[in-house]
Ligand binder design. Sequence first.
Ligand code: SAM
Length: 333
Amino acid sequence: MQPLIDPFARAISYLRVSVTDRCDFRCTYCMSEHMTFLPKADLLSLEELDRLCSTFVGLGVQKLRITGGEPLVRKGILTFFQAMSRHLQTGALKELTLTTNGSQLAKFAQPLADLGVKRINVSLDTLDPAKFAEITRWGRLPQVLDGIEAAKAAGLRVKINAVALKGFNEDELFSLLDWCAAQGHDLTFIEVMPMGEDMSPLRLDQYWPLKDLRARLAERFTLTDLAERTGGPARYVRVEETGQKVGFITPLTHNFCESCNRVRLTCTGELYMCLGQEDMADLRAPLRASPDDAVLEHAIRAAIARKPKGHDFDYSRQKVAGQITRHMSHTGG
Ligand code: SAM
């Protein structure tokens, strides 16, 4: 079968899939406290998600990242992981992974490891229980730490993703780094994106550019840029004194489009070909219109043919950024 190649000769090998818009946390930079979630009929069923993802795998997608909302609160989620693990067994899929807030890991880490998941990303912005409760609104730190412990015990490699927030976790830069080193976790910082209009106005005060964070790190450590590229918006350095690898994700920086190998699918079956542009293709209609996978495949190919060369936005374009944040909470950031 012809692999998915976009008009700029980039092979699409990475699909990020949101399996739900629901979450058991209400992180202040991500969701408002009183969210209205999508009606159930709009969501793809687990069977539909299976069919869609399997079609993508058949077209050359080798890495699937499952996200949300919070993916592990989706009812029956293990059935879906089990369905995807058959593609690991055939070798068609090289990696099945997820991004989670960690709250359900105590229960799910071992079954996920048994199904072939090897690495996970856990979002964790602070190691202070009071600050954790404040930023997540509904989350409890010990539950997440227990989950991370369970992941480690199950043999999962953990990468901690921390959103950099000025005046919030600035003072934890080195303690987070030390904790990750002691626990053997990788660490990546995410630059906070301006939020949608329905969220707290405090946000611009909290913007902590990663170049400033990096400069702070460099005051204490020697940082060596690593050539490693994932096709996504992350850049990595090695901390020479500890040997740790630290990542920086600047979601709004126009620095990775040339190598972009990814597309995102929302839990309602919308395919976004680029994080920074609004164009999307509805895959739910062709999925529901016909049991024939050829129809779906045709819709996917038509969407990939529209993948733009790149995006170019900045913080002055609040409207676009707001849309991206809303998009993130539906597609998993
Ligand atoms: N619930 C899962 C989790 O917590 O990882 C997956 C979905 S969550 C939307 C994915 C990632 O997006 C998390 O690391 C979260 O911190 C990040 N995120 C959400 N809103 C953000 C924002 N406004 N700016 C930067 N990162 C954000």
